[in-house]
Design a protein around this ligand. Structure first.
Ligand SMILES: O=P(O)(O)OC[C@H]1O[C@](O)(CO)[C@@H](O)[C@@H]1O
Length: 404
């Protein structure tokens, strides 16, 4: 791994889960055991798998991290990443590391990486399927037909699609360029940083090149992401590379098979959604759209430690659009940043201009205006972790680029 972060030595401490009452602690002590139970209930596992899940459950309950099996292909790479955490407390390890390792262990317990019938079986498929084939998604796809009437100009349509992609991260897909003005207004008020104008100016000014999209969740997030990608390919990009996870991760993160299923769902839909699906399908066939899954996207590391091959790929891109909370934590560093730390400072290492679209679902935040921060802190709400607030942050664009 190459460290590209110029400020690595000045960054504050990594978030850990050992602070009583903290958000990170709740994820490890409540959410992880619940997830193990959920997997047992959703998938008809055999006795061997239940025993492996018992062992993981016991590791979590007595708060001790145990190594992967010696036979695992990625055993030695995880040994490097573990930096002595084996035998230690889950709660004392960095939150980002501990969550990532938990998912790796959960999949190992169900036989995902072993040869045999469970190899490659996505244990989160039942909930992903339910979401993708829900009536909500049907309704939202139909709403796409209204879009040309509701948003006449290309830029207005783009803004609606960007909103859908952004708030889709809250699992709140809303294609309708809403007739419901107050709701839209409230959404805008819930943006804690809003670089949308700069982002559209950049897209309008630039000569089309490649845009990388780092995907996050399936269903009500990936569908609007794909619709936004179609819009980018039609108006702002010669090529889009969509990066997905190489294996099931954080329950609903998109993998390549998930993405293909979403494309089939779109392409089979009537009306505008179907047209979007068909265009994306042929963009995949002819080259303007590519789906990639780099192993680094399931690594327990911040993006400043991305390997050279991925760094070089992203460096070729005119822009990277990064979706969701986890990607944001990895982008700026999952650390106790002062929220007014400039976004530019935490992302200076990133190989291309980068736009983060995220609803806030964990404590990390940078780039805030002091007044806005004070106002939100005074509200007494859990605005940092509840997904009620969102941000669009852009970095890496000079005034010259913006002026075209
Ligand atoms: O799907 P997203 O937006 O990346 O959110 C995942 C988030 O969920 C959590 O795992 C738990 O809330 C966070 O730690 C993480 O950042």
């Amino acid at each position: 791994m190459t460290a590209h972060h110029p400020d690595a030595t000045e960054a504050p401490a990594e978030i850990r889960s050992n602070v009583p009452g903290s958000f990170a602690r709740g994820v490890l002590t409540r959410r992880h055991p619940a997830l193990i139970r959920q997997v047992r209930d959703a998938i008809p596992l055999g006795p061997r798998q239940h025993r492996a899940l018992d062992r993981l459950e016991a590791d979590v309950a007595r708060d001790e991290i145990t190594p992967l099996d010696d036979a695992a292909d990625d055993h030695s790479i995880w040994n490097d990443w573990a930096q002595g955490y084996y035998g230690q407390s889950w709660l004392d390890a960095p939150f980002l590391w501990a969550e990532s390792y938990f998912y790796r262990k959960l999949l190992a317990a169900t036989g995902y990486f072993e040869s045999g019938p469970w190899r490659g079986v996505d244990i989160f498929a039942p909930s992903k399927q339910a979401e993708l084939h829900s009536k909500d998604v049907d309704a939202e796809l139909r709403a796409l037909d209204e879009l040309p009437r509701q948003a006449e100009r290309e830029r207005e349509r783009g803004e609606v699609l960007l909103q859908s992609s952004l708030w889709g991260n809250q699992a709140d897909l809303g294609f309708a360029a809403s007739s419901n003005a107050p709701a839209e207004q409230r959404r805008d008020e819930r943006l804690v940083v809003d670089d949308r104008t700069r982002l559209w100016d950049l897209l309008a000014a630039g000569t089309p090149g490649t845009i990388a999209v780092l995907a996050d969740n399936v269903g009500r997030e990936l569908i609007p992401d794909l619709v936004l990608i179609d819009h980018l390919l039609r108006h702002h990009a010669e090529r889009v590379v969509l990066y997905v996870k190489p294996y099931p991760y954080y329950v609903s993160d998109a993998t390549a098979p998930d993405t293909f299923e979403h494309l089939r769902r779109l392409a089979a839909a009537p009306g505008e959604a179907g047209a979007v699906g068909q265009r994306l399908w042929s963009a995949l066939a002819t080259g303007p759209l590519e789906i990639r899954a780099h192993s680094f996207f399931c690594a327990p590391l911040e993006f400043n430690r991305m390997p050279a091959d991925l760094h070089d790929e992203l460096a070729e891109c005119a822009l990277t659009i990064l979706k969701g909370d986890l990607n944001y934590r990895r982008l700026v560093g999952d650390r106790a940043w002062d929220p007014v730390t400039p976004f530019e400072r935490t992302t200076a290492y990133f190989p291309s201009p980068v736009a983060a679209l995220r609803t806030l679902k964990s404590d990390v935040i940078v780039g805030m205006a002091p007044e806005r921060l004070d106002e939100l802190e005074a509200s007494g709400s859990d605005w940092r972790t509840s997904g009620t607030h969102a941000l669009v942050q852009l970095h890496g664009v000079t005034e010259r680029q913006l002026l075209g």
